[in-house]
Design a protein around this ligand. Structure first.
Ligand code: 13P
Length: 338
């Protein structure tokens, strides 16, 4: 337990408070460039600032969203009125979070697999992010499904790094949002996704325990158990909900304060429907199941904005609608009329 124990516990619980989830707006420079290309706008510093300004200042978000995950550049930018983004969030009662990994590199000797980098200098970076207002931090590990992969070396390497980052976060008074993402891009069945997710989570909690990470002060962010995008047979909503919850129940300790999902390429609506189905069918889980979507919250809003200042108010309404739908889904109360 660190000197920050009480603060960490309060933050972790607040992140997954009833009816709340997290909005991920922490796209790295190459990723936001890809997203902007879909609406034909250039990824200039001002365009990135203007878009994040829209997301951060959307009136009403605080009812549905407990925190937003920022990228390093965003953490240092300000609203059009000159308020630093972390302060603009805190003023609304939304906790600023920060992506602290430095992306993936090919894993040596393991074709098709990657390892997340960013541990060097992390202690110092975390101290600065805390000064800038960060209450929690995210690190994303990527596990790829394919012929003969993931290897146990890939799972081990990535979960080891996740535990090192999580321990450093807690030492710094920042809640780690540990994110192992099993990608959904391949042609695998849902059962393969189940097995790989299960292996990954088992390894993750073993590493967290070995490295003394306090689970009460840790939030898990994870993929749902779904069919690969290219699989001919796509599991339906009930099967995704059932297999995801079964996988989590068999691998995630009850003491974790909450689990949030990434959307991973699911459509905005399906990500909501899946989350809702899990909560409808399982009202008495040991942890809240909520959302920490990037694309599934932002995509409709990004389209509505289209890079034009005259569209900002409408785009903010579109964002708010998705936030509300997912807030309802986290309570098992979503309907298509929401
Ligand atoms: P998606 O919901 O778009 O998968 O992004 C969430 C995220 O933060 C991935 O690290």
């Amino acid at each position: 337990m660190t000197k920050f124990a009480h603060e960490l516990e309060t933050t972790a619980r607040a992140m997954v408070a009833k009816g709340k989830g997290v909005l991920a707006i922490d796209e790295s420079a190459p990723t936001i460039e890809k997203r902007f290309k879909t609406i034909n706008i250039a990824s200039t510093e001002e365009n990135r600032r203007a878009y994040r300004d829209l997301l951060i200042t959307a009136p009403g978000s605080a009812e549905y969203v407990s925190g937003m995950i920022l990228y390093d550049e965003t953490m240092r930018q300000s609203t059009s009125k000159g308020v630093p983004f972390p302060k603009a969030l805190a003023d609304q009662g939304i906790m600023p979070g920060i992506k602290v990994d430095k992306g993936t590199k090919e894993l040596a000797g393991k074709p098709g697999e990657v390892v997340t980098e960013g541990l060097d200098g992390l202690r110092e970076r975390l101290a600065e992010y805390r000064q800038l207002g960060a209450k929690f931090a995210k690190w994303r590990a990527v596990i790829t499904i394919g012929n003969g992969i993931p290897t146990s070396a890939c799972i081990r390497t990535n979960t080891h790094a996740l535990a090192r980052y999580a321990a450093l976060c807690q030492e710094a008074g920042i809640v780690p949002m540990v994110e192992p993402e099993v990608l959904m891009d391949a042609d695998n069945t849902i059962d393969t996704c189940y097995d790989v997710t299960s292996r990954t989570l088992t390894a993750l909690f073993s590493e967290l325990e070995k490295q003394g990470v306090v689970l009460e002060h840790t939030i898990l962010k994870v993929n749902m158990v779904v069919s690969g995008k290219l699989c001919k047979v796509q599991a339906g909503v009930a099967e995704v909900a059932e297999k995801t919850v079964k996988c989590l129940r068999s691998t995630v300790p009850a003491i974790i304060p909450g689990i949030v999902f990434l959307s991973g390429g699911q459509s905005a609506e399906l990500a909501t429907i899946h989350l809702n189905a899990m909560n409808v069918a399982n009202p008495h889980l040991p942890w809240p199941l909520s959302f920490s979507y990037g694309r599934a919250l932002q995509e409709p809003c990004l389209k509505a904005w289209g890079g034009k200042s005259e569209n900002v108010a409408n785009a903010q309404q579109v964002l708010l609608h998705r936030e509300k739908c997912n807030s309802l889904a986290s309570l098992g109360k979503y309907t298509s009329e929401a």
